[in-house]
Design a protein around this ligand. Structure first.
Ligand SMILES: NC(=O)c1ccc[n+]([C@@H]2O[C@H](COP(=O)([O-])OP(=O)(O)OC[C@H]3O[C@@H](n4cnc5c(N)ncnc54)[C@H](O)[C@@H]3O)[C@@H](O)[C@H]2O)c1
Length: 429
């Protein structure tokens, strides 16, 4: 049997051991999906706390429940026992807003000494076109293994939408691109067993670019509605009313909603992976830069609206007590990465306001790289809300009692269009 035949047979009869590297928002759902399909799964992470939690059957992500203990390890030598190796580690930006591939490369370098013929390696982390071919392939070949004959290399981007109950790992179509046709075949054999619909593309570069297009599409359209929001505000028009009306068009319009800025691991970061790579080709990604500029400016614009709202009531921001509602980056999740709500807290404090927060999904302000607040989530009641000079609605969790908040707050600045009806104590931002 060739290494490919051996691998395909194991994938088909579900005896293939699936190794998943990086057990976060992307990796953990994948572990569960392969497990429920009957595959033996081994998780890998450098974070011992996660490995320990999984062994105890304890989830560290709010919307994910574990069916029981999950086997995971920090010992990368165990990669040799796996038939499939799937990498789901972070791909952030450096301080200079350039791709930071260090997590991916560290993982690959830890895996490579344990590679053997008959394995499929899939990169899922979002990255620029060319990463799999230029960074992963040579490292594998340096071990003396031929890609496409011994080891099969694919890129298959994750399309996770945490908190979205309508679309789950199995039902979200999955794009796969291989370095060679045999690699693609192995990638399809791997994912075809656990995902309802695969979308094969001609290369790893096409697969990498597909993921970037999806996220750039969102970033640019969010930039557009944020600009529309600022224009509508100046013209005295409610942008949310306008978007709701436009969205009734049954073709050719997709509704995007403005907000206090971009958040999460993907949309504020991924487009700049392409910006960086395009420079190598002498190209300038103008839409990405423009959307980035507008979206990054939103928190400052919101602060301007907060100051104006207080000023209209004879108050200065300095010394005001402000309650920020919702500090996760989007509704109904506990994910704080790049959250504009947190950035707003920082900007308010810098201007001398006294800030607290309420978020039913974040009971205690976590340790973050850029922000430190020694705070616990305030319990919302008419008595607690009335103490604040202003309530800044940053994230529209379903768990908030919006009617009670409106009835009790002295002043609300609503960045999410929750309050459609005009009210004397509600200012839209
Ligand atoms: N979160 C999403 O909704 C989402 C959606 C689509 C794509 N992505 C992409 O998927 C990738 C992972 O994102 P995430 O949200 O799961 O990140 P995450 O931070 O939730 O999880 C990453 C995990 O990788 C671990 N890790 C770091 N270095 C490692 C190493 N060398 N070896 C093994 N494990 C290591 C971390 O400890 C962490 O547990 C990123 O490229 C991201 O852009 C994320």
């Amino acid at each position: 049997m060739t290494p490919k035949q051996d691998l395909l047979a194991k994938l088909a009869n579900r005896s293939a051991v699936i190794g998943i590297f990086g057990l976060g928002y992307v990796g953990l759902p994948l572990v569960l999906r392969f497990r429920e399909s009957g595959y033996p799964v081994l998780g890998f992470d450098i974070d011992t706390a996660k490995v320990v939690a999984l062994a105890q059957g304890r989830s560290y992500i709010e919307h994910i429940t574990l069916p029981g203990p999950i086997e995971a390890t920090t010992d990368f030598a165990r990669a040799a026992s796996c038939d499939a190796l799937i990498i789901c580690v972070p791909t952030p930006l450096s301080a200079y807003r350039e791709p930071d591939l260090s997590f991916v490369l560290n993982t690959v370098e830890a895996i490579v000494p344990h590679l053997r013929a008959g394995q499929v390696l899939s990169l899922e982390s979002t990255t620029y076109p060319g990463t799999t071919e230029e960074e992963l392939k040579p490292r594998i070949e340096a071990r003396g293994l031929a890609v496409g004959q011994d080891v099969f290399l694919v890129f298959s981007p994750e399309r996770e939408d945490p908190g979205n109950l309508e679309h789950v790992t199995r039902t979200i179509p999955k794009v796969v691109g291989g370095i060679t046709p045999a690699c693609l075949e192995a990638g399809e054999a791997l994912y075809g067993q656990v995902i309802d619909r695969l979308v094969p593309v001609s290369s790893t570069r096409a697969a990498e670019m597909t993921k970037l297009l999806e996220n750039i599409h969102r970033a640019v359209n969010i930039g557009l509605v944020n600009e529309m929001k600022m224009i509508c505000d100046r013209m005295g028009i409610d942008v949310h009313e306008v978007i709701r009306a436009a969205a009734t068009k049954p073709f050719g319009f997709v509704a995007y909603w403005p907000g206090p800025g971009l958040g999460g691991h993907c949309i504020p970061i991924d487009p700049f992976y392409l910006t960086w790579k395009a420079r190598e080709y002498g190209l300038h990604t103008r839409f990405i830069e423009l959307a980035g500029e507008i979206n990054r400016n939103m928190p400052e614009w919101v602060i301007g609206k907060v100051m104006e709202a207080l000023n209209d009531r004879g108050k200065a921001l300095r010394g005001s007590r402000i309650l920020v509602l919702g500090i996760a980056y989007k509704k109904n999740v506990d994910d704080m990465r790049e959250s504009p709500g947190v950035e707003l807290m920082g900007l308010l404090v810098r201007r001398g306001a006294s800030v607290e927060y309420a978020d039913p999904h974040v009971s205690e302000f976590p340790r973050m790289r850029k922000h430190r607040f020694d705070l616990k989530s305030v319990t919302l009641s008419p008595e607690s809300i009335v103490k604040y000079d202003l309530v800044l609605l940053a994230t529209n969790h379903d768990a908030f009692d919006y009617e009670m908040i409106r009835a009790s707050a002295k002043l609300i600045v609503d960045t999410r269009g929750v309050y459609l009806e005009p009210a004397p104590n509600v200012v839209k931002a």
